[in-house]
Design a protein around this ligand. Structure first.
Ligand code: BGP
Length: 464
């Protein structure tokens, strides 16, 4: 018999600052790598996004109406420190103070991502994460967040999808294409991010003893394409490189041996300074947050250059010669955007993380990107989204029955926002925002069918 969701389960929803806020240059905000990034043709930039910066009160009132118990959002580093470090921008502090207070006044628990892809451009100009000074800038920024908001924020997330920033550096903007051996550079940046994260976790425990903090990578089960032993090894390779590298470093303060020998083999090993490994061990997470959209299926790579068969799809493993090769999974259906749909993989992922780390788990993203249609009378019939989320919630419940200590579920996204690579046409929200890629229209908010459905789910604590 399946167990119910815990009584105080954090039913939530997520966003990130650059995708939802807009007001990209208002009230003293500095430029981030996102503001300076290129946009694929035909997709909007992030300048206005969903205009949440100006409409957060209206939005939070809607979140409250939906019954959200938690809201996971990110703080734009460049609102707090326009140049990444140096002088504090008081208006940035004021904005997030108001936002947090507004949430609390509606009994919504704030879950705060400290850094979600939007590194201050001023830091990028000095080498970004390749420069060890960025570690200090991040820790200084973290200290400021704990100082100003630590009395009210109980859940902190250090870095969103660090693993995607390393594995898809070119797409996310971490990678400088001018650098020779960019992969090696990315693993060096990764090492610096791990140090920054460990220091922030330690600091959080010192400054806010009642708060909890954890990493927020994208973690997924990796399936072997067949029972061929070489495929099993390929799956284990990819899982060690894509998943466990990040969580082992966060939880155990070490690199796992498979990932390390992979880096050695490829010439990617980072330079580790004296004292670094002690730093990695000095800060520990209280829980593991993770984003889940789909699984990956991989086969043996035969050292053939064609094995590096980038599909252009973030969710399908791209492959690396002699290590693994991404293939599509014939058992899974795909979304309109070609992402494989795998609710059972969600259960399997929860079980794997639980088994390896035995920590509370928090799902910080899961959802369906689709071309929603606003119909006459202001309705959006997103039954496909309901179906997707429902199946994932069922599997989460089975995972809880399996013994996983799942403390919350925050689907992506609370409200429509601009997708990282595919504009506003790829919608995820429970609330529709009336705009196109380039025509901002009136930006009014419309509750989708999934809004009412999720409200029932929350009200019944997952029984509906
Ligand atoms: C995750 C990011 C989010 C969000 C989401 C959906 O990787 O953390 O910021 O963008 O994916 O991805 P996309 O917008 O590409 O559909």
């Amino acid at each position: 018999k399946s167990k119910p969701f815990p009584k105080d389960f954090l039913w939530g929803a997520s966003t990130s600052a650059y995708q939802v806020e807009g007001a990209w240059d208002e009230d003293g905000k500095g430029l981030s790598v996102i503001d300076m990034g290129k946009h694929p043709e035909g997709t909007s930039d992030f300048k206005v996004a969903s205009d949440h910066y100006h409409r957060y009160k209206e939005d939070i009132a809607l979140f409250a109406e939906m019954g959200l118990k938690a809201y996971r959002f990110s703080i734009a580093w460049t609102r707090i420190y326009p140049k990444g470090t140096g002088e504090i921008n008081e208006k940035g502090i004021a904005f997030y103070n108001d936002l947090i207070n507004e949430l609390l006044s509606h009994n919504i628990e704030p879950i705060v991502t400290m850094y979600h892809f939007d590194l201050p451009y001023a830091l990028q100009e000095k080498g970004g994460w390749s420069n060890r000074e960025t570690i200090d800038a991040y820790v200084n920024y973290a200290k400021t967040l704990f100082k100003y908001f630590g009395d009210r924020v109980k859940y902190w997330l250090t870095i969103n999808e660090q693993n995607m920033m390393i594995l898809h550096g070119a797409a996310i903007g971490t990678l400088d294409p001018k650098i020779e051996n960019p992969q090696k550079e990315l693993y060096q940046q990764n090492h610096h991010m791990l140090l920054a994260q460990a220091k922030a976790m330690k600091l959080c425990h010192e400054m806010c003893p009642n708060a909890k903090i954890g990493p927020a990578p994208n973690i997924i089960s990796i399936y072997p394409a067949s029972s061929k032993p070489e495929d099993i090894i390929a799956a284990s390779n990819f899982s060690s490189i894509r998943n466990w590298l990040y969580l082992d470093a966060a939880v155990f303060g070490r690199y796992n041996s498979i990932a390390w020998s992979y880096m050695e083999e490829k010439g990617y090993t980072p330079i580790i300074q004296e004292g670094d490994m002690e730093i990695l061990k000095s800060g520990k997470p209280d829980f593991i947050a993770f984003n889940y959209y789909s699984t990956s299926t991989v086969a043996e790579s035969k050292n053939d250059p064609s094995d590096k068969n980038s599909t252009g799809d973030q969710q399908i493993a791209i492959g690396e010669e002699g290590v693994y090769r991404g293939v599509s999974n014939p058992y899974l259906e795909k979304t309109q955007f070609g992402w494989e749909i795998d609710p059972v993989g969600f259960r399997s992922t929860l079980r794997e993380i639980n088994e390896r780390y035995n920590l509370p788990l928090l799902v910080t993203e899961n959802g369906l990107g689709a071309y929603d249609k606003l119909e006459e009378g202001d309705v959006v019939n997103d039954d496909y989204r309901i179906d997707f989320l429902k199946k994932h919630i069922e599997q989460a419940r089975l995972a809880i029955t399996d013994g996983v200590n799942l403390i919350g579920y925050c689907p992506w996204s609370a409200i429509d926002l601009v997708s990282t690579h595919q504009g506003i046409s790829k919608r995820y929200g429970f609330i529709y925002v009336n705009r196109d890629e380039f025509d901002l229209k009136d930006l009014r908010r419309i509750k989708k069918k999934s809004f009412y459905w999720y409200k029932d789910v929350i009200e019944s604590n997952g029984e509906k």
